[in-house]
Design a protein around this ligand. Structure first.
Ligand code: GDP
Length: 319
């Protein structure tokens, strides 16, 4: 049995891969889900001990210091350093322990901010990743994650390592992090709408609600990660995103959340809070050329599933 070790295995995307592994088991492969309690990947000795214990043939590296806009604005040092350390230690161990394949997770928020880079055209594709500065609100995280691409390519060149990286758009789904200040927008809205329903208060959305995002459901993304593990071997990162036509405003997303809860009052937008990046439209042309039959779950349905998960699992959720 070949072992595929999934770091960050108890986070949102790890939970998605657990779900996919149950539904579509792969003959001859076993997924091993590990998390912080199994070893701190910021520490090389602990990372080596973990690899020695698990002896993986492949690694899907999801562990990261991540968060939404407001965490990125408040904790740049930790997000920069922790991500660099984890990625460095994981790649070193993949080589040292003879791992056949490493899949790393980037994000489309690390691509150039187009208002600062007039030479880069919308929609963003894989080729422009280093062609200009990222949006200032998440610069620290973006530069740390951009180094994954650089480091992977050098391992590939020097040691023939099959290291790939995947760049999803905004992820949401069951088992998200629901911290009110530090989470991403959809889990934050789910938590706030739940509180507004219970307390009879307003459902307040931070910022103007006008920024646009392409959201991807974690169960869809999990299927794409498993597909990429077996089928994608290019040095270039691969963008994992729904079609450009599926880009939606934060206001529309908040309304989907309100609808899923049955919250009927008008939404309130608190413009004291920053909007962050206005938009960062990416193309999924390369993904769809390689995996043309893939179908994304419609957003309202995926949000309903996520809200239902939160309602059923609130006692155990990361709040
Ligand atoms: P981003 O896509 O990397 O900027 O990260 P987020 O998932 O944090 O989304 C940020 C966008 O959602 C910004 O336009 C915010 O103004 C908006 N937003 C609205 N309410 C919230 C909230 O409660 N939490 C977060 N994180 N963002 C919110």
């Amino acid at each position: 049995m070949k072992k595929i070790m999934v770091t960050g295995g108890k986070g949102m995307l790890g939970y998605g891969i657990q779900h996919v592994a149950r539904l579509e088991p792969r003959d001859g492969y076993q997924f091993v889900f590990v998390d912080l309690e199994d070893g701190d990947l910021c520490d090389l000795a602990q990372t080596e001990a973990l690899f020695a214990r698990v002896q993986p043939q492949g690694v899907i590296h999801l562990a990261a210091d991540v968060g939404g806009l407001y965490k990125n604005m408040a904790q740049g040092v930790e997000m920069f350093e922790n991500n660099l350390l984890m990625n460095m230690n994981v790649m070193r161990c993949c080589r040292k322990f003879g791992v056949d394949k490493l899949v790393s997770c980037l994000s489309t928020c690390i691509f150039p901010e187009l208002t600062l880079c007039p030479h880069v055209q919308m929609p963003i594709d894989e080729s422009v990743i280093h062609m200009g500065p990222p949006h200032p609100s998440n610069e620290a995280y973006a530069y740390a994650k951009r180094m994954v691409d650089v480091q992977s390519r050098y391992y590939r060149k020097q040691y023939k390592s099959n290291f790939i990286s995947l760049a999803p758009t905004n992820i949401f789904g069951p088992n998200d992090n629901y911290s009110p200040e530090h989470s991403h927008v959809i889990p934050a809205l789910i938590r706030k709408c739940d509180a507004a329903m219970r307390q009879g208060t307003d459902f307040v959305v931070w910022g103007s609600g006008k920024p646009l995002r392409q959201f991807i459901f974690s169960f869809d993304l999990a299927r794409l990660f498993v597909w990429a593990y077996f089928h994608y071997n290019d040095p270039e990162p691969l963008i994992l995103a729904p079609d450009e036509s599926q880009e939606v405003s934060i206001g529309r997303i908040a309304q989907y959340v309100a609808d899923a809860f049955g919250y009927a009052k008008p939404l309130v937008f608190d413009t004291k809070y920053s909007d962050g990046q206005f938009k960062r439209t990416v193309t999924n042309r390369k993904l769809m050329s390689l995996n043309p039959s893939f179908r994304f779950t419609p957003l309202p349905e995926a949000i309903k599933t996520s809200v239902q998960w939160f309602q059923e699992n609130m006692a155990d959720a990361r709040l």
